[in-house]
Design a protein around this ligand. Sequence first.
Ligand SMILES: *Cc1c(COP(=O)(O)O)cnc(C)c1O
Ligand SMILES: [Zn+2]
Length: 416
Amino acid sequence: MGYTQGLVCRECGAKYDLAPLHVCEACFGPLEVTYDYAAIRASISREEIERGPKSVWRYRKLLPVEDEPVVDLQTGFTPLLKAENLGRLLGLRNLYIKNDTVNPSFSFKDRPVTVAATRARAFGFDTIACASTGNLAAAVAAHAAKAAMKCVVFIPADLEPSKIVNIAVYGPTLVGIRGSYDDVNRLCAEIADRYGWAFVNINLRPYYAEGSKTLAYEVAEQLGWRAPDSVIVPTASGALFTRIARGFQELSDLGLISTAHTHMGLAQAAGCSPIVAAHEASSLTVRPVKPSTIAKSLAIGNPADGYYCLKTIRETNGFAGSVSDEEIVAGMKLLARTEGVFAETAGGVAIGVLKKAAESGQLDPDETVVVYVTGNGLKTPEAVADTSRISVTIGSTMDAFEAALRTQSALEPVHA
Ligand SMILES: *Cc1c(COP(=O)(O)O)cnc(C)c1O
Ligand SMILES: [Zn+2]
């Protein structure tokens, strides 16, 4: 048996057994997983976690599974890089990049999906599905392949070509919708009701969301069992942002780290920043927007967890920022050229907001800052297509090379 007790309504506290449910029947509030923390506390330790698998499953006791086998592509345990070069440029002495571009399907979405797919199989579903801005569909399709389950994924039809390949290669039924993600999501909620499929981010959302807590656990463990002072999280629906905050809180409640005081920084693209706008208006009410940004993975105009994100920013003395498409591209290039990490547009959003926060004095030069870089640059190469250039092209002889060498500037870096 695992340590999961059941589901509870976040608003009215009504309790439910573990089931593929996501809204409270009494008040329509969101349902969340509850755990037997006393039992976890009695059995968990840093040493036991450190001996575990090199994947998110080393934190199994804190994830909503029982004793079923997991659908496992060895997601997680990704590098936490000390960003010396970027830190020097921004005046931050303890800056880290959590490099989640190197997960099995190349984004952090493998974390929530390994948990949701495991639960879907345990609940007896034969078809796994999702409404996606792109990366979720890839993660669902990859895990469905591994679990030998049927897979139907729904995306806005105008996604980047590389993302479509990154989904289709795993062999799902891929449905493109003429419309925004919010249109896709609305349709999928109806399909989930009618067809009895496991939609990871709809009827399995309580289990799905929990997988993202591992991005807090890993960072704390990699920092030598402590929480960072500030983090920056690229945000769409808000599930990732709220669960990272929850993850630090849980580790501190369990005594695995000392009390966490992490300032939660939320990053959105200016072309889709409903949560940032509400925060700047000191409101807890998110006004839905129509997205228009190159950061398509973050283009959710009506974020399901927006209200809880705003509460988390308040409770953690956090912050929120947004950046233009130009700043997103500049952020992608800056990260690649200073730290050797090629991130997708969402990474450019996080780096752009980091830069603003550093320049405005929001971040202290000595504090420990972690930026979550959540998706791989090869998913959105068109954003930096202007970098596709060769310094000089020559024949394969020493003479040709030395002739080029004598030509002033021929061997300059492509983007000096
Ligand atoms: C989905 C996604 C996010 C945001 O996730 P939410 O939980 O919806 O806020 C961030 N980065 C990338 C690359 C994503 O694909
Ligand atoms: Zn309720």
